[in-house]
Design a protein around this ligand. Sequence first.
Ligand SMILES: Cc1ncc(COP(=O)(O)O)c(C=O)c1O
Length: 390
Amino acid sequence: MIKNISPLSFVELSRKNLINNIKQFKSLTKIGTKFIVVIKGNAYGHGQNFMVQILEPYTDYFQIDSVEELRILRKVSNKEAFLFGFVQKIDLLNALSLGCILTVFSIEQLTEINKVAEKLKIRQEIHVSVDAYLGREGFLLSELPKLFQEIRKCKNIKFSGIYAHFANIEDTRLSEQSFERTTNLTHAHKQINEYKRALELAEKFGFKNLQTHISSTSGILAYEKTKGIHGLVRLGIGTYGLWPSKYLKLTYKNSDLDLKPVLSWKTKVAQVKTLPKGNTIGYGLTYKTKKETRIAIIPQGYADGVDRGLSNKGEVLIRGTKCRILGRVSMNMFVVDVSHLPKIKVEDEVVILGSQGEKKITAEGIAAKIGTINYEITTRISALLPRVVV
Ligand SMILES: Cc1ncc(COP(=O)(O)O)c(C=O)c1O
């Protein structure tokens, strides 16, 4: 096979920025706090194992969501890993054999895991998920006594931790209309109290020295840093140099943290041409040129993760300038206006996300244009695009 050393379109990953980010978070937490780095969703679109190989010496655990992600992880790393997603019965044998700490959110799951562990003659480590006003997976407080009784009966289960997850600690201080800072952490406090009650209950049932965790990136900043008492934190989006919310960015940027985005997304101009006035562009005839217009064809589309919502809205960088998307984004290409670039050539570099010269296109900026969050923008970049670590 011919190795393509210079792919047409690719995701560039900065090792330096990745290491900078994790070191910064480590300096924010209390000494001895253990880190779980979240690599689900193809490491938020960055490329799971590219990230794993760099992050391995800097983390205590990885966090994945599925057996498939665990299988991919085990190709390059034996680092301890938490599997947070649901594992169907038929996959349990694989999950336990590959080695992971399973999270449990139903008694049925617990008993199935116990059976498989018995077959394998192992004690399978589990963490219990508490739904402390998250309103998602996990045991409600009222369900915990029954669970704890069941755990006592499961001889092949090692119950080593109990955790919860914040619902809106990242943006709770924002008022609806603006980015003014308010001090409303009511829901987070309610969650913390409920989680504390769950821990007390576990203790009453005789489960001592459990590992505890509630904070992801936003919790590390807004809670763990000042009041946190938990031995573990789950660092997701911050690892990749992205902020969980605008509020946290406004509050902590520079004073505590200088996060640096790890990912850039690049391609090259595929064709340049001039269309006359009144010419429509692309599917659905959604853009008609108002004057003679020089256009460039960009060889990436929604199959690669360029959201179709960016049709007639998005921008890319070419020759250090912003170039507006004209017409609809199609599966493998889209068109931009380059009328202001008389010297543009085929194969000029195009930055879809990242910097070029003084100009920058951020995941937050793209997200704002299509009404979503930065998490979704990077996570949906195609796993098929080559990753290049620099
Ligand atoms: C249970 C759990 N822990 C940790 C994370 C990581 O969150 P973040 O990327 O905001 O750090 C997530 C994100 O979806 C999650 O669901």
